[in-house]
Design a protein around this ligand. Structure first.
Ligand code: ASP
Length: 322
């Protein structure tokens, strides 16, 4: 990204750019149209993340269906991934200096440092409260209403997975522990092996919540009124961006640019540098909520497969009070 570009004129741009450039419905339709890019290379060059993701999903599903016939392509993609990961690792060596410079430019440009820090602290408290409500109230209530079973048991059984998610900052890294917890709770292996990896990849309610809150925060800091339509666009695109985020540390921060774009706030994308300073902690917390979503999800699926008598054998000790 080129986040460092135009920091100076942002205050002015914030005021000048307040008029409605496009109505929310057209913006939403525009986002949906982005999922089918006419030119893949252009989509990559224009940071059309949704277009690249939808193409990648389509490509990989088709590739996988070719089996051995396409093995060379699969190997090539794996090798390419290794090369890029190594390049990223080298580039990341410069990240302390790069991020430090970005943050410093923001801090020096801020008119009142005290106010900025206060706003950032309030933002963190809001995110933490919202995550707590999602993980401890909303998800348990959804589980309770769908299964009429005790959600506290699920929270307790999956607590090692939550600790692991908090420690590793990644739902994928915590996946083996999540699978083990599901097994200990009596969820059959075929159910957990299908639901949990899928959930870790696409079900990220903590990330969706975080992305929406952050974009609303950035809009408020600049005095931009999103209005009801704009807020709905933010909510919807946050859900999409969370699906597109990989289950690795700080992935949500990257796909958040998509939400900023959808809300017509891409001129403030440099502000992500400030959010980055607190993201290491907030990311851990939202990862725990992401895993909680998967945990409740797998228990609901287990409940339904049992109710329909579809359970394909058990994985661990059976627990009828799941
Ligand atoms: N770290 C998160 C996860 O692995 C993804 C994110 O929101 O950055 O679930």
């Amino acid at each position: 990204g080129d986040g460092g570009g135009g920091g100076g004129g942002e205050a002015a741009a914030g005021l000048a750019g307040r008029g409605p450039e496009m109505d929310p419905v057209s913006r939403l339709l525009g986002i949906l149209a982005q999922t089918v890019p006419p030119n893949l290379v252009k989509a990559g060059a224009d940071s059309n993340i949704l277009g690249v993701i939808s193409f990648s999903v389509f490509f990989s599903v088709t590739l996988q269906r070719q089996g051995a016939a396409a093995q060379q392509v699969t190997d090539f993609v794996h090798a390419l991934e290794k090369v890029f990961m190594e390049m990223v690792r080298v580039v990341l060596l410069a990240s302390p200096l790069g991020i430090g410079s970005l943050v410093m430019a923001k801090v020096m440009g801020a008119c009142n440092l005290g106010d900025s820090l206060k706003a950032l602290s309030l933002f963190m408290v809001t995110v933490l409260l919202a995550l707590a409500v999602q993980g401890l109230v909303v998800l348990p209530l959804v589980y309770l209403s769908l299964t009429r079973r005790n959600p506290l048991r699920v929270l307790r059984a999956f607590s090692p997975a939550f600790v692991s998610g908090f420690g590793t900052d990644s739902s994928t890294a915590a996946l083996p522990v999540t699978l083990e917890c599901a097994r200990a709770l009596g969820v059959p292996d075929p159910v957990s092996r299908f639901v949990l990896p899928l959930g870790a990849t696409i079900n990220m309610n903590g990330t969706a919540l975080y992305e929406a809150l952050t974009v609303i925060f950035i809009a408020q800091v600049h005095g931009v009124d999103l209005g009801l339509g704009g807020t709905l666009v933010v909510v919807l695109t946050s859900a999409l961006a969370a699906v597109g985020a990989a289950a690795i540390p700080s992935a949500g921060l990257v796909t958040m640019l998509l939400v900023l774009q959808a809300a017509g706030l891409e001129r403030f994308s440099g502000d992500v540098a400030i959010i980055f300073t607190v993201d290491w902690f907030l990311d851990r917390c939202r990862t725990v909520v992401n895993i909680a979503g998967d945990a409740f999800g797998v228990c609901v699926v287990e409940h339904w497969t049992r109710a329909l008598d579809l359970n394909p054998g058990t994985g661990g000790p059976r627990d009828d009070d799941l």
